[in-house]
Design a protein around this ligand. Structure first.
Ligand code: FE2
Length: 358
C-alpha cells in the first residue's frame, strides 16, 4: 500500500470531520466524528450480519453488507446532519478481516473519495479498536488486551508502534467459545443477556477437569483445547464442568500473557477491548491481576468494544492529522494486516507528552 504524507507537522488546517467505514467481519458500520468537539461522535450507524445457523460465511456477510451499505451510510449522514461534501476525509478499515467483507467497505470508501474528491485515509482495524478505547476510557499508555471472535492479542505502544507481546497461534478466544457452544448445542445465540452461554453454563460447574493449558511461550493456542473439550463432551463428562474448565484455561492464559507484558513494559494500565471482554468473569480475573501488579484496569464501553464505524473515523482523523492518506488506486484491502506493521505517528507526540508529565 502506497501511503502519502500530505502535510508536514503544523501545516494541517483546522481539523476535521471524518467519516469512517467498517466492514471487516460481521458489522457494516459508518461513523462520523468531529475531533474538535467534546461530544466527538456525530453519527454511529451499523448493520450487523448474524447467521441463523453456523459461523460467519464471508460471502454471505459481504452480500448482506452490500445490500445494507446505502441505508447505513444514509442514516449516518442524516444523524450527523452533514452532506458528504462537508466532510474533510473518508477513512476506511482496509484490514485485517475477511476478504469479501473488506472489499465492500473499501469499494464504498474509494467511490466516495473519488467522486467527491476527498482524502482517503487507510485504517488498520486493530489499531482502531485501541485508539477508540484510549479515547473513551481516558487510558494514557495501556497494555492492550484485544479479545474478539477473530482476534486474540496483547499489545503495547513501544517505539512508534503497537508491538505484539502475545497472540493466538490458531483460533481466537471468541471463536473458541462460540464453536464449543455450537458443537455442544448451547448456542446460537452465543450471548444471552450480556453473558456468553459458556460463561453462564460454567457458573454451574463444580469440578475443574483435565484439559491442556494453552500458553506457548508468550503466545496462546486454543484449537487443541477446543478439541480436548469436545472429546470430554463426547465421553459424557458433565457439560457444566467442561465449560468451567474451558473458561478457566482460556481466560487464565490471556491474563497470564497480559501480566507478563505489564511487568516487561513497566506500564501501569491494562485496557480490555473487543466483544469477549464483556464477560464479567474475565473482567474479574483482570481486576485481580491488575491489583496484584498495581495497575489500573480500563474497559471499553460495550457499544464501542465491538466493531463500529466510529472507531475507524476517529483513528482516520488521528492519522489524517499526521497527513496520512492513500491514493484511491492504491487503497487495496489487506486481510492479514498486522497491528505491528502500522506506524503510529500521532501517538509518538502524545506519548512523549505523557512521559514528560509522569
Ligand atoms: Fe474487531
Amino acid at each position: 500500500m502506497r501511503l502519502y504524507r500530505v502535510y508536514k507537522e503544523g501545516q494541517l488546517k483546522a481539523l476535521v470531520k471524518v467519516l469512517g467505514i467498517e466492514s471487516t467481519a460481521h458489522t457494516f458500520g459508518v461513523g462520523v466524528v468531529d475531533i474538535e468537539k467534546d461530544n466527538f461522535i456525530l453519527a454511529d450507524a451499523r448493520a450487523q450480519y448474524s447467521p441463523a445457523v453456523g459461523g460467519i460465511h464471508p460471502r454471505e456477510a459481504a452480500r448482506f453488507m452490500a445490500e445494507n451499505a446505502p441505508k447505513v451510510l444514509r442514516s449516518a449522514l442524516e444523524e450527523a446532519k452533514l452532506k458528504i461534501r462537508e466532510l474533510d476525509a473518508i477513512a476506511v478499515a482496509l484490514g485485517p478481516g475477511l476478504g469479501p467483507c473488506l472489499r465492500v467497505g473499501a469499494t464504498v470508501a474509494r467511490t466516495l473519495a473519488a467522486y467527491y474528491e476527498k482524502p482517503l485515509v487507510p485504517v488498520n482495524h486493530a489499531v482502531a479498536h485501541v485508539e477508540i478505547g484510549i479515547k473513551l476510557t481516558g487510558a494514557k499508555d495501556p497494555v492492550v488486551v484485544y479479545l474478539s471472535g477473530g482476534n486474540t492479542l496483547v499489545a503495547a505502544f513501544v517505539e512508534g508502534r503497537y508491538r505484539v507481546f502475545g497472540e493466538t497461534l490458531d483460533i481466537a478466544l471468541g471463536n473458541l467459545l462460540d464453536v464449543f457452544a455450537r458443537e455442544v448445542g448451547l448456542g446460537p445465540p452465543y450471548v444471552v443477556k450480556g453473558v456468553h452461554v459458556v460463561d453462564a453454563c460454567a457458573e454451574k460447574g463444580e469440578e475443574v477437569l483435565d484439559l491442556p493449558y494453552v500458553v506457548r511461550g508468550q503466545d496462546v493456542a486454543f484449537s487443541g483445547l477446543l478439541t480436548a473439550a469436545l472429546r470430554l463432551f463426547k465421553k459424557g463428562k458433565k457439560l457444566e464442568d467442561i465449560c468451567l474448565t474451558l473458561r478457566e484455561m482460556a481466560y487464565n492464559a490471556v491474563v497470564e500473557v497480559a501480566a507478563r507484558c505489564l511487568v516487561h513494559t513497566g506500564k501501569r494500565e491494562v485496557m480490555l477491548v473487543g466483544g469477549v471482554t464483556a464477560s464479567p468473569y474475565l473482567r474479574e480475573k483482570f481486576e485481580k491481576m491488575c491489583k496484584l501488579y498495581d495497575a489500573e484496569l480500563r474497559v471499553v464501553p460495550p457499544r464501542y468494544a465491538v466493531d463500529n464505524g466510529v472507531m475507524i473515523a476517529w483513528t482516520g482523523a488521528l492519522a489524517y492529522s499526521k497527513g496520512i492518506v492513500v491514493p484511491v488506486e492504491d487503497a487495496v484491502i489487506r486481510q492479514r494486516w498486522r497491528i505491528d506493521e502500522v506506524d503510529i505517528p500521532w501517538r509518538n507526540q502524545l506519548y512523549r507528552r505523557f512521559l514528560r508529565q509522569k
